[in-house]
Design a protein around this ligand. Structure first.
Ligand code: FE2
Length: 258
């Protein structure tokens, strides 16, 4: 047995869909209720679907009974204010797990590299069912910002940087990639993040919106990348030393949404 995966992700692990006309929709994300939830960076989340429809963001596997990231329950207080966002999450017709809007405060490139992590979307996901991937629909207009994807956490050669203008739509195998967002600001970034189950419905949706596994990566000066990389190595070494002094092992980053 093995998981059902989308053919579209086989080569690069992500696709960029046609740009959505975000300007035509109301800014529903500004009306939502946000809860403090530590993810990578300075963040808050507005849950649209959670494990039991409560206003909270915990991974479904941390509830009783624990379960995988599927069959999310709509959070009425928020979806009643965001019919467009709910409809966009539902459009593929794929099973939805966690669905939320993230608010991310501005950071810098080195901070984003420090925040790189892999998601844990498939914990408790039964073999033979669909692999969970995540949709990122950028709501605010952050055209100079980007999502950073790395196959190898410490290898900049594996890095892809996808720009995040309003209406940018990506689907990413976030358990495969180390990922984080570099939000240049000065305003926070807002993005609809949805966990979807891979399968024929999601495949058809990716095809309908011309999912591109080779979207252009934003250029960046290699010297700038190396300087940031060195900063991250220093920070991680400091962190490991502090933990060691306390007699604790450094297990590295875990899914900050867990
Ligand atoms: Fe993540």
């Amino acid at each position: 047995m093995s998981y059902i995966r989308s053919q579209a992700f086989e080569e690069t692990g992500y696709v960029v869909l046609d740009r959505y006309d975000q300007e035509s929709d109301p800014k529903e994300w500004l009306d939502l209720e946000y809860v403090d939830w530590k993810s990578s960076g300075d963040t808050r989340f507005a849950p649209l679907a959670s494990a039991f429809g409560e206003m909270e963001c915990n991974g479904f596997w941390n509830h009783t009974p624990p379960r995988t990231d599927k069959d999310g329950v709509w959070v009425e207080a928020n979806v009643s204010k965001a019919p467009h966002l709910k409809a966009r999450a539902e459009e593929p017709g794929a099973n939805i797990g966690r669905c939320r809007v993230i608010e991310l405060q501005p950071n810098d490139y080195a901070e984003a590299l420090y925040n790189l992590h892999q998601d844990d979307n498939n914990r408790l996901n039964p073999d033979g069912t669909g692999w969970i991937v995540r949709g990122f629909f950028n709501l605010s207009d952050d055209k100079d910002s980007c999502i950073i994807l790395r196959e190898d956490r410490f290898d900049p050669e594996t890095e892809v940087r996808i720009a995040l203008p309003a209406g940018a739509q990506l689907i990413v195998d976030t358990q495969r990639f180390w990922h984080a967002v570099w939000q240049k600001g000065p305003e926070p970034r807002y993005c609809l993040i949805t966990s979807w189950e891979s399968g024929p419905a999601l495949d058809a949706y990716i095809e309908k919106y011309h999912g591109d596994p080779h979207a252009a990566s934003l250029p960046l000066d290699p010297a700038f990348v190396e300087e940031a990389q060195a900063q991250v190595r220093r920070r991680l070494a400091e962190r490991a030393a502090i933990l060691a002094a306390k007699g604790k092992a450094d297990h590295g980053p875990v899914d900050p949404e867990a």
